[in-house]
Design a binder for this molecule. Structure first.
Ligand code: SAM
Length: 223
């Protein structure tokens, strides 16, 4: 498939999601797709091999997070950690779509974190950083939002990243079908956490269930 043939469905998906992306942002998303496809063979970034499948299953899927994230940001600058980001999903897509969000992609595999740094340099994204570490070993740093996609159970995700939450910060976990069992496990292991919003994500061109879970530590009552 030619680049032009992939750019059209990408632009259409961005339009359907009302993202208001500029031509430069669409170019960067296409450049990212090119890098993902090129370096996948070397770095083993994703099991999805075909660029057209990567476009829908990875880029457009990650784009579906942008409207809820913007709603949450409400125009404020945010520091966001994307945990277990692999080839940069959704972290790189967020950094391209929203320059006011400073994104750190954390992955336990060094070559994946290196790839993120390479994407940041090649695409000229000063708001994108790659960090090589198991997240539970990472020195505590304050973030406003911690995201994950295809990473770990909700209970592990929140336990391993809790020390990185600023006061007032939240987790946003991308999942497929409504994760009933994971929610039950979370309620047992971390009853002090609140799942304050579960929303369906619409992924243009993908006939699959997707949802986003917003979680926060229970507010400490003031004394
Ligand atoms: C299934 S991949 C998902 C990648 C990407 N988020 C996506 O949606 O395509 C899970 C990633 O989590 C990373 N990972 C697993 N355990 C980790 C940990 N404790 N800390 C940081 N990264 C971890 C793996 O190296 C892998 O790249």
């Amino acid at each position: 498939m030619t680049e032009q043939a992939l750019r059209a469905p990408l632009a259409a998906a961005a339009e359907t999601l009302s993202l208001g992306l500029t031509d430069l942002q669409l170019d960067r998303l296409m450049d990212y797709l090119g890098l993902l496809s090129k370096w996948n063979k070397v770095y083993n970034l994703t099991a999805v091999r075909e660029p057209s499948a990567m476009l829908t299953q990875h880029l457009v899927d990650s784009l579906s997070l942008i409207p809820p994230l913007r709603r949450h940001a409400a125009g404020q600058q945010l520091r966001l950690m994307d945990v277990g980001s692999g080839g940069g999903l959704p972290g790189v897509v967020i950094a391209i779509c929203d320059p006011s969000i400073d994104v750190t992609c954390v992955d336990a595999v060094g070559k994946k974190a290196f790839f993120i740094a390479q994407v940041a340099a090649e695409l000229g994204l000063p708001n994108l950083h790659g960090e090589h570490s198991r997240v539970e070993k990472l020195k505590a740093a304050p973030f406003d939002v911690i995201t994950s996609r295809a990473f770990a159970s909700l209970a592990d995700f929140t336990e391993w990243t809790r020390m990185h939450l600023k006061p007032g910060a939240v987790w946003a976990a991308m999942k497929g079908q409504h994760p009933t069992e994971e929610l039950n496990e979370l309620a047992q292991r971390a009853p002090e956490l609140t799942v304050f919003h579960v929303e369906q994500l619409q992924v243009p061109g993908l006939d699959a269930q997707r949802c986003l879970l917003w979680i926060r530590p229970e507010a400490t009552p003031s004394t």
